[in-house]
Ligand binder design. Sequence first.
Ligand code: ADP
Ligand code: MG
Ligand code: MG
Length: 201
Amino acid sequence: MTEAGNTRTRRLIEAVAATIIEHTGELTELDSAIGDGDHGQNMKRGMTAILDDLDAIAAKPLPEALKAAGTQLVMKVGGASGPLYGTLFMALGKEIAPDPTRDDLTHAFAAAIEAVKVRGKSDAGQKTMLDVLVPVCEALRNGGSAREIDEAAEKARDATRDMQAQKGRASFLRERSIGHIDPGARSSQLMIAAVIDVLGE
Ligand code: ADP
Ligand code: MG
Ligand code: MG
């Protein structure tokens, strides 16, 4: 692992963890409206565990760092989102090249999303994190600029407001799930914005 790669991994982890921890209250509020109100604390617990292990994780090549972060999320986040984000990061680690090009990243991200769909028995259009992840992957594949991908994620997050949840706890509310942004869509958008901030382009 090059020093530069190591520093990049560290900055990515720090940025993603910081934004999730900073938005703990908002994520909890969103989940209080249509779930059980723990998404903020769940995600904060996972990110704190990753930060506690930051030196060891950032010293690894990117694929292994992603797998290690995913393992922490599975172990510490719990709920529905722990295994799903854990799967996303672990699959990303499995698929990604150590020093990925944009094409490598697109391929790995698409494969990781497929792994989440299998794990969650879910797909886009059901008011979940996938409703942000899938359009972001599309924007990445279509050659969108950093700004365009950022905006696609925000738009996709906002679009979950009018959807009726078909997966997870929010689905129990049926039509009463309409009118609220999905907490996992918000956490996904926050992480994507943080990654874009670090990688720029
Ligand atoms: P829990 O619902 O177990 O309390 P969290 O509150 O941490 O877990 O996470 C809820 C989020 O997980 C939802 O907002 C949604 O985005 C996501 N989610 C739940 N079930 C699924 C699923 N089957 N596929 C994809 N995402 C899901
Ligand atoms: Mg919850
Ligand atoms: Mg819960």
